[in-house]
Design a binder for this molecule. Sequence first.
Ligand SMILES: *[C@@H]1O[C@H](CO)[C@@H](O)[C@H](O)[C@H]1NC(C)=O
Ligand SMILES: *[C@@H]1O[C@H](CO)[C@@H](O)[C@H](O)[C@H]1NC(C)=O
Ligand SMILES: *[C@@H]1O[C@H](CO)[C@@H](O)[C@H](O)[C@H]1NC(C)=O
Ligand SMILES: *[C@@H]1O[C@H](CO)[C@@H](O)[C@H](O)[C@H]1NC(C)=O
Ligand SMILES: *[C@@H]1O[C@H](CO)[C@@H](O)[C@H](O)[C@H]1NC(C)=O
Ligand SMILES: *[C@@H]1O[C@H](CO)[C@@H](O)[C@H](O)[C@H]1NC(C)=O
Ligand SMILES: *[C@@H]1O[C@H](CO)[C@@H](O)[C@H](O)[C@H]1NC(C)=O
Ligand SMILES: *[C@@H]1O[C@H](CO)[C@@H](O)[C@H](O)[C@H]1NC(C)=O
Length: 373
Amino acid sequence: MWLTRAFSLSVICLNGGIWTGEACECPTGFTGDRCQHVVNVCLNGGFWDGLKCQCTSLYYGPQCETVVESIEIEPPPQTVTAQMEMTVTVTNEEYSDNLQNRSSEEFKRFNDTFTKQMQIIYYGIPEYDGVNITGLRRGSVVVEHEVILKAKYTPEYKEVFQKATEDVKEKIYNATKVQISNDNNCTTLLCFNSTATSVQNVTVTQYNPEEECREKAGEEFAAYFTVEYKDQKPYCITPCMPGFNVSLDCHYGKCQLQRSGPQCYCLITDTHWYSGETCEWGIQKSLVYGLVGAGAAVVLVVVVVLLVFTLRSRREYRVSQLYQWHQEDDGGSVPGTFRNIGFDVSEGIGTLHSTQNVQSVGTHRGTGGNTGA
Ligand SMILES: *[C@@H]1O[C@H](CO)[C@@H](O)[C@H](O)[C@H]1NC(C)=O
Ligand SMILES: *[C@@H]1O[C@H](CO)[C@@H](O)[C@H](O)[C@H]1NC(C)=O
Ligand SMILES: *[C@@H]1O[C@H](CO)[C@@H](O)[C@H](O)[C@H]1NC(C)=O
Ligand SMILES: *[C@@H]1O[C@H](CO)[C@@H](O)[C@H](O)[C@H]1NC(C)=O
Ligand SMILES: *[C@@H]1O[C@H](CO)[C@@H](O)[C@H](O)[C@H]1NC(C)=O
Ligand SMILES: *[C@@H]1O[C@H](CO)[C@@H](O)[C@H](O)[C@H]1NC(C)=O
Ligand SMILES: *[C@@H]1O[C@H](CO)[C@@H](O)[C@H](O)[C@H]1NC(C)=O
Ligand SMILES: *[C@@H]1O[C@H](CO)[C@@H](O)[C@H](O)[C@H]1NC(C)=O
């Protein structure tokens, strides 16, 4: 015992701890017999880096206590494309093995003719951006190719391509149908076998901000994050983000996203109390004090009158009963079931105090009542 004590005299307290002669007295944020352990004050998966909390991407604040109002998502691409895999059969050209050689004169000539013909067929489709021959086969010439569609990005680009691909299909089926009828004396650049035309597959640029937003918000908050477009740009936001259609207006308060959804935390200033689901109504403290004072005066008068009355009628009246009645009235007068948590402006928004100063609407009245009584 004595030995341990002697030994412990040499203990050096770390991190600004002070040796009291018995143990290290650690400053806030540190613990352990030599104050060597850092207390993790950071919430929601954040960690203390020695100076401040490093929060995960979904939280911010001194203790990582607040859920972010918006999440960065990948910006939309400048242009979007669609490829339609299709096959047509050209009937007025002879197949030769040289067509397999993309550097050969035959291929180049065929490619030029085919490209020109397709340009004529798809004339009037603004998204049309050319064809790409992917394979040529015997019979007369079976042309596997892609029709390429291109457009500037807009949030509705998938609908735009939906319509464009419908137009392409209609045009190619129409064109090849007409041209088979003059098979033997083709007057156009190329003539086709109508029954051999087919569209196999359509691939459209994938850009899905809604899905990205949902994924990044995580299971817990996915329901409260939405994608809203502003100037054609998508934003992944919660109702606590101001300036959007979905924004929740917390009038005289601050919006915070909880696991139960977005909520307004109403202000309590030196002069006003604010309350309501979106902190839409405020009441002057002085007015409350005045009313309570007036009420107390009335009560006082009533008490005095009652007292006089009871004394006169020589009946016993216990004043404590009156007080009991008064308190019960206070407790029962909480309007609705909505509970509100206020924070004091003078203490600063986002400080540790913000969640400690818990007051409900009912408590406001109660405090006033007690002051008066
Ligand atoms: C492809 O065509 C070019 C030009 O006619 C020729 O030089 C080349 O040898 C051909 N390649 C093959 C593999 O036939
Ligand atoms: C086919 O012709 C077009 C235009 O004439 C050209 O852009 C394209 O590169 C050619 N394709 C091949 C595979 O040579
Ligand atoms: C055209 O097709 C070739 C072969 O399939 C492919 O390598 C190339 O990327 C395609 N070009 C375009 C612009 O899609
Ligand atoms: C289909 O072909 C007919 C006859 O050539 C033409 O009148 C019609 O406009 C074509 N339709 C489309 C959508 O190109
Ligand atoms: C195509 O053939 C038909 C008969 O089958 C003929 O009447 C017509 O003039 C021909 N057209 C051309 C452009 O040669
Ligand atoms: C058109 O193609 C079909 C098969 O897709 C074939 O049975 C038919 O003989 C072809 N017609 C001509 C005129 O080449
Ligand atoms: C269409 O293309 C996609 C991607 O290239 C592929 O995964 C899919 O199997 C294709 N579908 C058909 C019916 O060819
Ligand atoms: C947001 O509101 C504006 C103006 O009221 C409206 O033009 C726009 O379409 C709305 N946007 C969304 C995504 O609802």
